[in-house]
Design a protein around this ligand. Structure first.
Ligand SMILES: Cc1cc2nc3c(=O)[nH]c(=O)nc-3n(C[C@H](O)[C@H](O)[C@H](O)COP(=O)(O)OP(=O)(O)OC[C@H]3O[C@@H](n4cnc5c(N)ncnc54)[C@H](O)[C@@H]3O)c2cc1C
Length: 467
């Protein structure tokens, strides 16, 4: 028999208040709980988090490794006490939700401290369970020094290993954004770093020229990169030391630290067991209010399928931006708000040493599925007036519909002013602008900040001419 509990209400309301339960205490879950509080000051809000940690910025972790961020603790943004005191949100850590009963509106968590199960009733529930790092079977053995970074626990374990063992040769497996950021962090820490990628290029999130430039930048900074290199196993002394990675073709790469960056999979087990519908790729399916197939249950963040605001199709975009935005929208909806979630343009930016790459909208494959008249225009411009010292080249690729001129996506690369400029493209996608509209925007100009014709105006103007 379960013990059905009512949480103490700390905002002066009565025990009969409606309760919102949020499962998962990181980006999406805490954004959801906070927005629900803003929307409804009287709601009772409970966040259940399985780990001892909440509000951890994994995004900052590569920059702690690199030394840019000196204090590891600064990556923990808010504490449970903050939420209790400032937002009147109850946060229970070490509470792993083990089951969900949508018809009875009950959620059961295992309290790891007391070793007992606790069942809570809810009026509305938000699933914000995130995603887990894929690791193949590589973490199952007893060799030390192999890590897959996703959550605070993983980051702490890696930091502990670095301090205790002082490894000098790191192998990063996987050449995606995350793998590259981790490789840079470890290199800046003074380690010999090799990156092994099973395909023939880096950065699958971007088109080929972008991966190629990033490769040159990484290699120039002393990172070894090996392509067509699928890791099949590791050797070493169990519990004692790691020696090398063995590749499928028999080659061996010496290493005493491994970071796996093999991608992520949504943490949707709880939803699946509760009979909630999953979409493509086992992601929790949602509608435009982030509602799942179960009534009164919402999903947000890395566990949820989101709407691609350009194509209108379901997409999976496990990023901090979309987790916070969708979390906020789910909190708004669950607390009685009426605003829907417009979706994601899959906007992202990353800096590798001095080179920044950024993208938004559809990639070329998606754009070809979307329209039979896709046009792709490349252009080269400058970050400042050409005569101004420090002016850097900017490369832009624009994807648009050749018949209507509708903007479908953009990618940019350079050493200055890239991340801010891609945001203009992201705004244009939200506003469903054509490349002509974009080329006629009134953007700022000052020689140290931009050429007279900003790279956004120049690239979209060129695209408009090619229509
Ligand atoms: C190294 C690294 C760098 C990154 N850099 C960037 C970046 O620069 N920009 C960007 O946009 N994104 C970045 N990301 C991605 C970003 O961190 C994630 O997309 C974001 O944290 C997702 O938030 P979430 O709340 O959906 O999921 P998570 O952060 O995974 O949180 C889910 C929470 O739910 C808890 N949980 C799961 N199951 C249960 C259960 N059954 N019961 C109770 N609790 C449960 C988990 O313990 C976890 O705390 C990076 C990620 C990593 C790892």
């Amino acid at each position: 028999m379960y013990k059905r509990e009512s949480m103490p209400v700390r905002n002066g309301g009565s025990m009969s208040q409606k309760r919102l339960v949020v499962v998962g205490g990181n980006a999406a879950g805490l954004a959801a709980a906070s927005q629900a509080r803003r929307r409804n000051p009287d709601l009772s809000i409970l966040v259940l988090e399985q780990s001892p940690f909440i509000s951890f910025s994994a995004c900052g972790f590569p920059y702690f490794l690199s030394g840019d961020i000196p204090d590891f603790n600064s990556l923990f943004i808010r504490s449970p006490e903050f939420f209790r005191r400032e937002r009147k949100i109850e946060v229970l850590t070490r509470h792993r939700v083990v089951s969900l009963d949508p018809s009875a509106h009950l959620v059961t968590a295992h309290d790891q401290e007391k070793g007992e199960e606790r069942t809570f009733d809810y009026e509305r529930l938000i699933l914000a369970t995130g995603a887990r790092a894929l690791s193949g079977d590589f973490l199952k053995g007893s060799l030390p020094g192999i890590f897959a970074i996703r959550r605070a626990e993983n980051a702490l374990a890696l930091v502990g290993f670095l301090l205790a063992r002082k490894p000098s040769r790191a192998l990063v497996v996987g050449g995606s954004l995350l793998g590259l950021e981790m490789a840079e962090g470890l290199r800046k820490r003074g380690m010999e770093v090799t990156l092994a990628e099973r395909s023939t290029r880096l950065l699958p999130e971007f088109s080929e020229p972008f991966g190629e430039e990033v490769k040159k930048e990484m290699m120039r900074r002393g990172i070894q990169i090996t392509f067509s290199s699928a890791v099949s196993s590791f050797t070493g002394e169990p519990e004692s030391s790691l020696r090398e990675a063995v590749l499928e073709d028999g080659r061996r790469l010496p290493c005493d630290l491994v970071v796996l960056a093999l991608g992520v999979a949504p943490d949707a087990d709880l939803a699946q067991k509760a009979g909630i519908a999953l979409g493509v790729g086992e992601v929790v399916a949602t509608d435009r209010f982030l509602r799942t197939s179960a009534s009164h249950i919402y999903a947000a963040g890395d566990c949820a399928a989101l709407n691609n605001l350009v194509s209108g199709r379901e997409t999976y975009f496990p990023r901090g931006t979309s987790a916070n935005r969708s979390g906020r929208a789910a909190g708004e909806a669950a607390a009685g708000g009426e605003a829907d979630f417009p979706g994601v343009a899959r906007t992202m930016a990353a800096r590798f040493f001095d080179l920044t790459v950024a993208r938004t909208g559809l990639d070329e494959k998606e754009a070809r599925d979307f329209t039979s008249s896709l046009k792709v225009t490349d252009s080269r411009s400058r970050s400042r007036a050409g005569y101004f010292p420090g002016s850097e080249p900017v490369f832009t690729r624009v994807l648009f519909d050749g018949k209507s001129g509708l903007l479908l996506g953009a990618e940019m690369m350079g050493r200055e002013g890239i991340a801010t400029r891609i945001n203009t493209y992201a705004a244009a996608l939200s506003a469903r602008m054509t490349v002509d509209d974009l080329s006629r925007l009134d953007l700022a100009y000052s020689p140290p900040l931009s050429p007279l014709w900003d790279p956004v105006l120049q690239s979209s103007g060129l695209a408009a001419l090619e229509k």
